[in-house]
Ligand binder design. Structure first.
Ligand SMILES: NC(=O)c1ccc[n+]([C@@H]2O[C@H](COP(=O)([O-])OP(=O)(O)OC[C@H]3O[C@@H](n4cnc5c(N)ncnc54)[C@H](OP(=O)(O)O)[C@@H]3O)[C@@H](O)[C@H]2O)c1
Length: 320
């Protein structure tokens, strides 16, 4: 009697085990195929981005500028937006002479809150914006350096601007029944990130907002892609040297643009996707939140604070 019972349980356990093995095999196979399609096939069969419209909305440095240059190369005209008038004029001139495309500049400061958006909408009127690349940032700050004013600026720049600028181009997209928004989130949003609390929280806002809006409007021909990069060598990362893990802005923008039409949520390039996958296994969210890790990170933050302030001052001087 006992033996029959045991074999019945064994059979049940075997069946559950087999179902789990098949489930994970199918899941991993699908993930591998998806990765292959997004990061390898997309290099060969690129989406024609000119079908979205004639104008791209981008930024004057880092990832935003790299997107602008790549799209100017692919035949789009460029709207540049940032705080510094001089920088806007200089970058616009460079793009015009290098790629023979038209440019238009908008000077604004996204940390200022609601007041700036009606002016932006007015300036964009009449331009057939087809692609909006939203990748502004206030410097990434360790939580320990925050003050109240800084927190408001980060929230205005990283979250309010993402929702408001979308509205500025929405009418054009809706009338044409086509449009592409690329919002730049961050790997720091894929898991809770102690010591970068405000940055990481604003970036998960960008991720969820993008994915929800895409689900709401894809049937109307509007695509919203969320790109969550790892390290890219820009002013924000104090131009860390490029290496197999850190991409240059130009090569990141090229790879990330190839993924348009293949996925609406991406690390942007193969190396970043692999780093995210590895981190989710070896350094998951729950581990980052343990007091042991927190203490280590707080100690690290204190030890690098002087160098960080020095490098920030250097970057600011270079920009000036
Ligand atoms: N670099 C990375 O490793 C990395 C990784 C993950 C996510 N990201 C995300 O990628 C995005 C772009 O970062 P990045 O590395 O390209 O930074 P970046 O090189 O510093 O460029 C930021 C751009 O935003 C403009 N900008 C900054 N503050 C602004 C403000 N208050 N109002 C209007 N424009 C403003 C800057 O121009 P002005 O200074 O002239 O205003 C510049 O054109 C950010 O959202 C960042 O969080 C970057």
């Amino acid at each position: 009697k006992d033996t029959t019972k045991c074999s019945w349980y064994s059979l049940l356990l075997c069946s559950i085990g087999s179902v789990m093995v098949v489930y994970y095999l199918l899941r991993w196979s699908w993930q591998c195929w998806h990765g292959f399609k997004v990061y390898v096939l997309s290099e060969i069969w690129q989406t024609n981005l000119r079908t979205y419209g004639q104008w791209l909305y981008g930024a004057t440095s880092g990832i935003g500028r790299a997107y602008a240059e790549e799209l100017a190369k692919r035949g789009l005209d460029i709207v540049l937006i940032s705080r510094s008038e001089d920088k806007l004029r200089r970058v616009a001139k460079e793009i015009e002479s290098r790629y023979k495309r038209q440019t238009y500049v908008i000077q604004t400061d996204f940390t200022e809150g609601h007041s700036i958006y009606s002016a932006i909408t007015q300036q964009l009127e009449g331009l057939q914006i087809g692609i909006l690349v939203h990748c502004m940032k206030v410097s990434i700050m360790l939580s320990a350096f925050f003050c109240l004013q800084r927190i408001t600026q980060v929230i205005n720049c990283n979250t309010l601007s993402v929702t408001q600028v979308r509205l500025s181009v929405w009418l054009v997209f809706a009338v044409r029944g086509k449009g592409l928004i690329i919002n730049i989130s961050s790997e720091a949003a894929s898991q809770p990130q102690p010591m970068l609390s405000v940055y990481s929280a604003t970036k998960i806002f960008v991720t969820y907002f993008s994915r929800c809006v895409h689900a709401e409007y894809r049937s109307k021909g509007i695509t919203v892609q969320c790109v969550a990069p790892f390290m890219v060598s820009t002013n924000m990362t104090h131009n860390v040297p490029v290496n197999p893990l850190v991409k240059s802005a130009a090569s990141f923008a090229r790879d990330a643009l190839n993924t348009v039409g293949y996925t609406t949520y991406t690390g942007g390039c193969l190396t970043h996707a692999l780093q995210q996958f590895a981190l989710s296994i070896f350094f998951p969210g729950w581990l980052r939140l343990t007091s042991f890790c927190m203490q280590r990170m707080a100690k690290l933050a204190r030890s690098i604070e002087p160098q960080l302030r020095e490098r920030m001052a250097e970057t600011r001087n270079k920009q000036d």
